[in-house]
Design a protein around this ligand. Structure first.
Ligand code: SAH
Length: 390
């Protein structure tokens, strides 16, 4: 096994538990290795730091899997880690649907596994973890006896790691159009062609958080995807809900979800660009009791944070203007590049421009099946805010 040595003057981040080692943090290395191989990492003075997988094509050169020198990285390792993660999810109350593995937060960098009841969707986003797909699938089979496993590795970040973008079955083929249950509601999930893994589990607690503001309300949900928040609004007593999304497919599924839950009389959906219509509807004088906004990330890179902030500010400004005095704005941001304070500052700027005062009702993050590790800042990515717009 090849050995790598950290450079002398690097911070304590890795020593304190962060699993990523960047190219510029590494000094000498000994021994041959192939991209994706497991290697050992030592501090500059030779003490053992950890073992992980290496990829010379990535700026994140090594991602650590263990801090125990004699722990083998094999089938048993993945079985143990996945089993531990499952026990943790059960302990904190996520049984039917959950993000079973949230990469770094579960000690398995670049691995995502979503559990939709009996179905599992996985993503292996780095070369080193991709090599263990077989072991990971074997562990899922052993622990859960699932009805199906599917890989959604059609993700651009794989290209950086020198891997193809692919998707397909990791079990016997099955019908990838499934129905999952959440908070007593039913949702169509398209595992094969839906966005990301098919369903946004990270908002599952936040969807419950709108419970008390929807009764008798006229609701607008922008960036609604398959209408999950809209369904909850109807469920919690909204009298009328309009969901909009730019994706025709998402809107078609949202309509099917309304049908599935018996909300066709209250819920309607339109495939339109939110940036265009929110502006127009402000001008037309439309006003809602509740406006919900859950836009996409707007940026994937640090260089474009300002562009993302401008996007968030614009849609939140329009969202506030569309909210009746005393109504509620439900707003989220899903990129870790915009940190919580930055997001709140952006909302405050929008409120200033809209000349509205905000009263904070709920301020939270992703559901706890996507654990936040305090010293791995990228594990905290979702911001979720409900304010009353006075
Ligand atoms: N709240 C949803 C997830 C929303 S994901 C849930 O919890 O299930 C963000 C959505 O924004 C995607 O469905 C995407 O299609 C949509 N979107 C992206 N750009 C858009 C635009 N300009 N106008 C409207 N919708 C857009």
């Amino acid at each position: 096994m090849a050995k790598f040595f950290l450079r002398k003057k690097i911070g304590d981040r890795v020593i304190n538990g962060h699993p990523w080692i960047f190219a510029n943090e590494l000094g000498e290395s000994e021994g041959a290795y192939e991209p994706g191989d497991i290697v050992e990492v030592f501090s500059a003075n030779g003490s053992f730091v950890g073992k992980g997988y290496v990829n010379p094509a990535s700026q994140i050169r090594i991602r650590l899997l263990t801090r125990v020198q004699d722990e083998a990285i094999d089938d048993q390792f993945f079985y143990n880690r996945i089993n531990e993660a499952w026990k943790y999810r059960q302990q904190i109350g996520y049984v039917e649907n959950c993000r079973l593995i949230f990469g770094e937060a579960d000690g398995m960098p670049a691995l995502i596994i979503d559990k939709f009841n009996d179905y599992f969707v996985l993503q292996t986003l780095a070369l080193g973890i991709d090599k263990y797909k077989g072991a990971i699938v074997a562990a899922i089979n052993k622990i859960f006896s699932p009805k199906g496993i599917y890989e959604r590795n059609d993700v651009p970040v794989r290209t950086v790691e020198g891997m193809p973008q692919i998707k397909g079955f990791l079990s016997e083929p099955f019908d990838t159009q499934i129905i999952l249950k959440e908070n007593g509601l039913k949702f169509h999930v398209d595992i094969e062609t839906g966005q990301k893994t098919g369903y946004f589990l990270d908002q599952q607690d936040n969807r419950r958080a709108i419970q008390h503001i929807c009764h008798g309300a006229d609701v607008l949900e922008a960036f609604c995807y398959t209408g999950t928040f809209s369904m909850h609004a109807a469920h919690y007593g909204a009298k009328k809900v309009l969901g909009i999304d730019i994706s025709e497919n998402a809107v078609a599924t949202a309509r099917r979800n309304a049908e599935l839950n018996g909300f066709m009389d209250r819920c309607s959906f339109e495939a339109v660009n939110a940036f265009d219509v929110l502006k127009l509807w402000v001008k037309e004088g439309r006003r809602y009791d509740v406006v919900m906004l859950d836009p996409p990330a707007f940026t994937k890179s640090r260089e474009n944070i300002q562009k993302a902030i401008t996007g968030y500010k614009e849609i939140n400004l329009r969202g506030m203007r569309l909210t009746k005095p005393g109504g509620f704005l439900v707003t989220a941001s899903c990129t870790n590049l915009v940190d919580p304070q930055m997001f709140l500052d952006t909302i405050d700027m929008a409120a200033k421009d809209a000349k509205r005062v905000l009263r904070q009702v709920v301020w939270q993050t992703q559901s706890s099946d996507h654990p936040i590790i305090r010293n791995i800042p990228t594990t905290q990515y979702l911001k979720f805010l409900i304010v009353q717009v006075l």
